[in-house]
Design a protein. Structure first.
Length: 264
């Protein structure tokens, strides 16, 4: 399939993707990956040649796994390199939903939690999408109140449930290759009146730490010694200042792993 995107209406453009209308089917749209990478709420920005293709492969393999598992997603197919056919949104929900199995990143500072602390069950938090405000987290108690008392609160309950479901699917998949899914942030929208997973799932969506050794003991309160954070495969490599060639190599490693998800 070949699509001339220069002739299509651009619906939206973000940091790493462009959304185009599909004139042949108004219920669908095209999502096209870019070579851009950002960090620090867009303050840090580079172009990594080849990143779009690698991200597209990872996104394809993860979404096809999730669709096989019955998760509600916007993904339809990947008809061409760097191009994804998706269900068209009724509206986007302006939140990032973060699920965590292992304490890492920002939670170490604001949560005063030791790195490597294991959460069982996983914890899920909502962040309002706003770069200048650095995506502030919404209070868990207020989220519970919204779910119970506010009109539309069921959407929050569905996002929380779906995020946890997706996390567990992916944690199990990466574990087959001796890798721990540490945490993951996803986005949601309304399609045909229901909550669906949207956007991309790539190396910028999660933290991935390899096991430190075979058969690690992951049933401890802190599992940092069982994992190898220095071998991380995710966008933290970019945040921490590694050169873009090394960042791309890490993302390529992720794509090689997710390519094997078709057998799971």
């Amino acid at each position: 399939m070949s699509v001339d995107f220069s002739s299509l209406k651009k619906v939206a453009e973000g940091k790493t993707k462009i959304i185009y209308e599909n004139p042949k089917d108004p219920k669908t749209a095209y999502m096209v990956f870019k070579d851009d990478i950002t960090a620090g709420d867009g303050v840090k920005h580079d172009i990594i040649k080849g990143k779009a293709l690698v991200d597209w492969k990872t996104n394809r393999d993860i979404y096809e796994l999730l669709n096989r598992k019955g998760a509600r997603t916007h993904y339809i197919s990947s008809p061409n390199e760097k191009v994804v056919l998706i269900k068209k949104l009724d509206r986007k929900i302006n939140l990032e939903v973060v699920s965590r199995r292992v304490a890492a990143g920002s939670i170490l500072k604001w949560g005063q939690i030791a790195e490597g602390t294991r959460f069982d069950p996983i914890i899920t938090q909502f962040h309002y999408k706003d770069d200048p405000l650095h995506d502030p987290m919404l209070d868990d108690k207020y989220i519970d109140y919204i779910i119970k008392a506010k009109e539309g609160g069921t959407d929050y309950a569905k996002m929380r449930e779906l995020n946890a479901e997706i996390f567990l699917h992916l944690e199990k998949a990466f574990a087959q290759f001796d890798i721990q899914l540490v945490d993951m942030k996803l986005e949601y929208g309304i399609i045909d009146g229901d909550v669906y997973l949207i956007d991309e799932i790539t190396g910028g969506s999660f933290r991935l730490w390899p096991y430190a050794h075979k058969s690690p003991n992951l049933n401890q309160s802190n599992i940092l010694t069982q994992l190898n954070p220095n071998g991380r495969l995710d966008k933290d490599t970019y945040r921490m200042g590694e050169n873009v060639d090394n960042v791309l190599a890490k993302f390529e490693e992720i794509a090689k792993i997710t390519a094997k998800f078709k057998d799971l």
